[in-house]
Design a binder for this molecule. Structure first.
Ligand SMILES: Cc1ncc(COP(=O)(O)O)c(C=O)c1O
Length: 414
């Protein structure tokens, strides 16, 4: 959001002046409308090309993108989807609204899914593994893809926090059967809100498109009575949002370059502190560098340093930790019958009680109690990543900030 400027303004003005804000229109043929600029289509094409896949569907949020991916894959009642215990609630919510069961798995030192625990959590009901690339760092995709393939389940990549990341030369989102992005204000690039689903599979694309817009075929041109495969919803993106996103997308290389340089410098300035470790990055050249995550020698030291900086350890820092998700812990659905939790047995053909409890992922808890996040590129006091430098910060302010961290940490790291 800090880099929204003249380029975005010009794009939006172009759409407003055209007087045509809807994603559909005809550029050619008897019903051609010269006002239609097709910015949503352009976004889809540019981002699909960038990701190296054939198809993309723009939607109104990252949450909608996840629900759309689950619908495209036909995931629903009686199915289980494995998700990490350190994630954003949207992945879990989308599984619940697909009427499937979220199965929590541990994270490892990448702060993403632990492949061994994923393997242990697979059951005959598992339909997908949702890898969430937290804080710009892709999960161990080679291992997760192999597990998914070995068990004939889908790998979904939730890249909401990792637009711009790549893994071993491939763009994050293009490795699983479906990838999703978010463009809300905290993401690498933003259109205020927004999202996208990408896939290389034509059938999944057609299903995703139908789900995002009332069952219609891609780029709907008519009423299509009799042709619609199933009920869809309305998660459409608008020409105005697409205009902002196009301008933002062009800034991506510059933005990543800046994030990477700032993070590298910050890390160099603190890496000699005794006992200080960093989370494992799966692809040093490919991660987004939006967060420098530290692992301290103990939970107590981590808490003391966090207090010194006016922030919190990751375990206590708000809403990305399963323990803090009361909706999940207490299975709070908007209906009196708490489906899918109470209905799983009926569809899965086995009588099993679904339960979640605080502390059910001890390795995740222990790691997050020792972890501290330094935000690179965005500082949002009061939320999950209070302590950090902004994208506008120059080398000098990054150094000043890192020195501030050193002073606080040195009191406890010897
Ligand atoms: C990991 C993750 N998944 C999904 C989402 C949902 O995206 P949106 O806010 O665009 O619905 C977010 C947003 O913060 C996220 O961080």
């Amino acid at each position: 959001m800090e880099l929204v400027g003249e380029e975005e303004i010009q794009e939006v003005l172009e759409v407003l002046r055209s007087g045509y804000l809807f994603r559909y229109g005809q550029a050619t043929g008897p019903y051609a409308d010269a006002r239609f600029l097709a910015k949503v289509c352009q976004c889809e094409q540019e981002i699909a090309r960038y990701a190296g896949v054939r198809y993309a569907v723009a939607v109104n949020s990252g949450t909608s993108a996840l629900l759309t991916a689950l619908a495209a894959l036909g995931i629903g009642p009686g199915d289980e989807v494995i998700v990490p215990g350190f994630t954003f609630i949207a992945g879990i919510s989308s599984i619940v609204y697909a009427r499937a069961i979220p199965v929590l798995a541990e994270i490892d030192r990448t702060f993403n899914l632990d492949a061994e625990d994923v393997k242990a959590k697979i059951t005959p009901h598992t339909k997908a593994i949702m890898a969430v690339h937290m804080m710009g760092n892709p999960a161990r995709l080679n291992e997760l893809k192999k597990i998914a393939d070995d068990h004939a389940v889908a790998l979904i990549e939730d890249c909401a926090q990792a637009f711009g990341a790549s893994y071993r030369g491939r763009v994050a989102g293009s490795i699983g059967r479906m990838g999703t992005y978010s463009f809300n204000v905290y993401k690498t690039i933003t259109s205020g809100d927004g999202g996208m689903v990408v896939t290389d599979d034509e059938d999944l694309y057609r299903r995703a498109f139908a789900f995002h817009d009332q069952g219609h075929s891609p780029l709907r041109t008519g009423v299509e009575i009799g042709e619609r495969p199933f009920f869809g919803l309305d998660f459409r993106f608008t020409e105005l949002q697409a205009a902002v996103l196009l301008a933002q997308f062009r800034k991506l290389p510059r933005l990543l370059e800046r994030l990477r340089a700032n993070k590298k410098r910050y890390k160099e300035l603190i890496s000699d502190l005794p006992g200080l470790e960093f989370r494992e990055i799966t692809d040093e050249q490919g991660e987004c560098s939006t967060m420098l995550t530290l692992i301290l020698p103990s939970a107590e030291i981590a808490r003391k340093i966090a207090a010194e900086l006016g922030t919190k350890v990751v375990a206590r820092a708000g809403w990305h930790v399963y323990n803090n998700m009361e909706q999940l812990m207490q299975q709070r659905t908007p209906t009196a019958v708490p489906c899918p939790f109470s209905c799983f047995g009926r569809y899965a053909g086995e009588d099993r009680e679904i339960r979640y409890w605080q502390g059910m992922l001890p390795r995740t808890d222990a790691l997050l109690e020792r972890a501290l996040n330094i935000s690179i590129g965005v500082s949002d006091p009061g939320l999950s990543s209070g302590y950090g430098v902004t994208i506008r910060d120059d080398a000098e302010s990054v150094e000043r900030h890192a020195m501030g961290f050193r002073r606080a940490a040195e009191k406890y790291l010897r």
